[in-house]
Design a protein around this ligand. Structure first.
Ligand SMILES: O=C(O)/C=C/C(=O)CC(=O)CC(=O)O
Ligand SMILES: [Ca+2]
Ligand SMILES: [Mg+2]
Length: 420
């Protein structure tokens, strides 16, 4: 029989007992942030569970990792600790286990309606890297910028391309995004125009949260890389296409990306996603040995982006994609990142890159959906080429199982005007 919680969970919920994603929350404004897992319409306060002595397995029984304002300590402990925490929590929340179910005062203390809490960034992010791992996205961008002859750079099929992003401007879902100002490409011999970006875009991405990481100088083997990934979040790599187009040759994205990146509050663990793992696309040419993995895994996660245009009450679906569109796997990304000896640390964030599928309805950003503004989308009659002030972008993600969902909730942000 399927695992069931004593807490009633609607079949459409993203957060059944099979999921138990980790976040960090404040029960009320001004209170101390603490780790929790989502279950149905509630968050279970893990600091209260730890204080009650209910993390009683061999690794976690004396750990203070659930009394931290972020998950970094838990991430550093690695997969054996993550498995123990999951087993403890699934047992504690199951319909047949009395220790929390029948303890009214602990239930009152530890189960808080999601509608009441404030979610904060679940991790302290030291470093953020953003990959470029969807072939469809790479091909579309290359065609737009360089024409259809050779859209994909020759290195693309040999290594997962990435740039170093900016960790300081990563924000939690719900945070407003201030339209960046900057230089755009000049017309003819004129000086570059300066002002609020006129080509503000979203990018549909997911990101891996790094676990223990590696010592400087000691690369992670691709076949062991999964043990360094705690889980995944949804990510929006907001991009100012005009700023980016003018600045990114020769050193890559800079101010066109670093003004804001939004992540969803709940980290869905690789354990919870395991029933949705699937074979990654066959790679041709074969990757070099350090990137050749015994098991090449993707995940079947349906992704969707909606835009709620300024002044409207309804949001409109602009694209539907799937995580399994990625060519380079998470484990290849992580192994490649460390192959030169670079060290990853607990809480580092590795963005997948924009996840575009093969069909125009599955493109992961407005650059592709409007072909760099050559076409426009109709949001129930409202035209859009790029984002306008007041527009809200809402990403959602879910894996649909037999009778339950493993969901990510949403990752949203609203554009507010540049400062005067
Ligand atoms: O192929 C190019 O020259 C440019 C590609 C992009 O602009 C894509 C991009 O913004 C990178 C990303 O997905 O973050
Ligand atoms: Ca990106
Ligand atoms: Mg960005």
């Amino acid at each position: 029989m399927a695992l069931k919680s004593f807490i009633e969970v609607h079949p459409s919920s993203h957060f059944p007992i099979q999921n138990l994603p980790y976040g960090v929350f404040k029960p009320e404004p001004g209170s101390v942030a603490r780790p929790g897992v989502a279950i149905g319409d509630y968050v279970l306060d893990l600091s209260a569970i730890a204080a009650a002595g209910l993390f009683n397995g061999p690794i976690l029984n004396n750990s203070d990792c659930f009394h931290e304002p972020n998950l970094n300590k838990l991430l550093a402990l690695g997969r054996p600790a993550w498995k123990e925490a999951r087993a403890t929590l699934q047992k504690l929340l199951s319909s047949t286990e009395p220790s929390l179910r029948d303890n009214e005062s602990l239930r009152q203390k530890s189960l808080i309606p999601l509608s009441k809490v404030e979610m904060v960034l679940p991790i302290a992010i030291g470093d953020y890297t953003d990959f470029f791992s969807s072939l469809h996205h790479a091909k579309n961008c290359g065609t737009i910028f360089r024409g259809p002859q050779n859209p994909i750079p020759p290195n693309w099929f040999h290594l997962p391309i990435a740039y170093h992003g900016r960790a300081s401007s990563i924000v939690i879902s719900g945070t407003d995004i201030i339209r960046p100002r900057g230089q755009g490409p000049p017309a003819g011999n004129s000086p570059p125009p300066f002002g609020p970006s006129v080509k503000l875009d979203f990018e549909l991405e997911m990101a891996a949260i790094v676990g223990p990481g590696n010592e400087l100088g000691k690369p992670v083997d691709v076949n062991e890389a999964a043990d360094h990934i705690f889980g995944l979040v949804l990510m929006n790599d907001w991009s100012a296409r005009d700023i980016q187009a003018w600045e990114y040759v020769p050193l890559g994205p800079f101010l066109g990306k670093s003004f804001g990146t939004t992540i969803s509050p709940w980290i869905v663990t690789l354990e919870a996603l395991e029933p949705f793992s699937c074979e990654a696309p066959k790679q041709d040419p074969n990757p070099l040995p350090y990137l050749a993995e015994k098991i090449s895994k993707n995940y079947d996660i349906s992704l969707e982006v909606q835009i709620k245009p300024a002044g409207q009450d309804d949001s409109h679906v602009v694209t539907k994609s799937n995580f399994n569109n990625l060519y380079w796997t998470l484990t290849q990304q992580l192994a490649h990142h460390t192959i030169n000896g670079c060290n990853l640390r607990p809480g580092d964030l590795l963005g997948t890159g924009t996840i575009s599928g093969p069909e125009p309805e599955s493109y992961g950003c407005l650059l592709e959906l409007t072909w760099n503004g050559q076409k426009q989308l109709s949001l129930n009659g409202t035209p859009r080429k790029f984002l306008e002030d007041g527009d809200e972008v809402i990403i959602s993600g879910v894996s649909k199982g037999n009778g339950y969902n493993i969901g990510f909730g949403t990752c949203s942000g609203k554009i507010v005007p540049s400062p005067p």
